[in-house]
Design a protein around this ligand. Structure first.
Ligand code: PNS
Length: 165
């Protein structure tokens, strides 16, 4: 039986931190689904289609990684796809409480899927999509934080929003 993992998130936009977790998950599982979901407490700047497109570009070299989206619960999707794990990156203690709460709820909703946390790479400790967006919106260089393939597109897209919000 294939061991399937899901890497869920908002990915608004995908960063090198996300890509590191996806790449490590792809070595641990037969198949990895990068799943673009909505987080009700966030207002994404990139559309779902844009986020899928960026993720598809940066994961193109991983043979066992696909990208998908779902409008419902992560736990429900995991059940439908028969996934054995949800893989998430953990940066600092500040992530822990929120991630722990989601992991427990997902386990309650779907006891067949385990949540696995991978410790973030030291270089990505401080990295988040929000901080990358803020740097790019004000014309800063984000080349160290997002995959090179999509850097220009993300910079261009976000620089148009600089100072608007
Ligand atoms: O990258 P994020 O925003 O931290 O990821 C959070 C996300 C999108 C994984 C979470 O909000 C989520 O799972 N959304 C889908 C709806 C759902 O299942 N909510 C219940 C979580 S316990």
């Amino acid at each position: 039986m294939k061991r399937i993992a899901i890497c869920p998130g908002s990915f608004d936009p995908v960063t090198l931190g996300h890509l590191d977790i996806i790449s490590r998950a792809s070595r641990m599982f037969d198949e990895v689904i990068v799943l673009v979901l909505s987080n009700p407490s966030k207002h994404p700047l990139f559309t779902t289609e844009e986020r899928i497109d960026l993720l598809t570009q940066v994961t193109a070299d991983f043979e066992n990684v696909t990208v998908d989206t779902y409008g419902g619960l992560l736990a429900e999707y995991a059940k439908i796809r028969n996934a054995s794990a949800i893989v998430k990156g953990l940066r600092a203690m500040s992530d822990f409480e929120y991630e722990f709460q989601m992991a427990l709820m997902n386990k309650k909703l779907n006891p067949h899927t385990e949540t696995i946390f991978l410790t973030t790479d030291l270089n990505n400790m401080y990295l988040s999509s929000s901080i990358v967006k803020q740097v790019a919106m004000f014309g800063g260089d984000i080349s160290e934080f997002v995959p090179s393939k999509i850097c220009r597109v993300v910079e261009k897209r976000l620089s148009q929003r600089g100072g608007q919000e």
